[in-house]
Design a protein around this ligand. Sequence first.
Ligand code: COA
Length: 183
Amino acid sequence: MNQVALRFAEPNEKRKIYEWLALSDVTSQMFDDDNPPETWENFNRDESDFLFDHSAPELGGYLIITLGGEEMGAISYACFHLIDKVAELDIWMRSFKYCGLGYGVDALNQLIDKLHREQGIKEFIIRPSKENVAAIRAYKKCGFTLFEDFDPRNYVKEEFYDMYGDGDYGLGGDITLIRRYNI
Ligand SMILES: CC(C)(COP(=O)(O)OP(=O)(O)OC[C@H]1O[C@@H](n2cnc3c(N)ncnc32)[C@H](O)[C@@H]1OP(=O)(O)O)[C@@H](O)C(=O)NCCC(=O)NCCS
C-alpha cells in the first residue's frame, strides 16, 4: 500500500475541512439526527485560528491527508486542553471512496510517531461516537485499546472541562480509546 502524506492545513482550508466533516457522504458515519454535526458558525468559532496557522504547534493543529497529491481527508491533534504529554486526535476522510483502504490508520500512525518524536507526547486519546463501529475497528488496528475507566477529570484541564470534558458526542455518547507510547 502506498503511504499517505500529511501536510499542515492553511487558514483558508478551514471551511473545506468543515464541509468534509459536516456536509459530505461520511458525515452519516459520525452523526445522526440525535447527534447532528455542529454548525459552520460554531466550528469556525471553536476551532481556533492557531490550529490552522501553525503559530502554536505545541498546542494542536489540523493536517491534510494526501496521496499522490490528491486530498483524501483531514486529521487533527489538540493538546491545549489536556494535561502535559497527552494529545487528543480526530480524523475524517472526505469521502467513503477513501475509507476502508487503510489510509486513515496510516495517517494516524504517522501523526502519532511525529508527535511523539517532536513533542514527546506519550498518550493519545480518541473519542469516537460509540455507534461508529468502523472507526473503532480502525483505531484498534492502529494500536488503540478501549479506555474503559477513562475519567476526563484526570485528563482535561479544569478551565476547559465544561467545553471539552464530555467530548463531541455528549455524556455517554462516545467511547474513549487510548494508545500509550513507550511509557
Ligand atoms: C474512521 C476512518 C478514519 C478509518 O480509516 P480507514 O482508512 O477507513 O480505516 P480502515 O481501512 O482500517 O477501515 C476501517 C473499517 O472501515 C470499514 N470500511 C471498509 N470499507 C469501507 C467503506 N468503503 N466505507 C466505509 N467504511 C468502510 C470497515 O469496517 C473497516 O474495518 P475492516 O477492514 O476491519 O472491515 C475512516 O474510515 C473515516 O474517515 N471514516 C469516516 C469519518 C469517521 O468516521 N471518522 C471518525 C471520527 S471519530
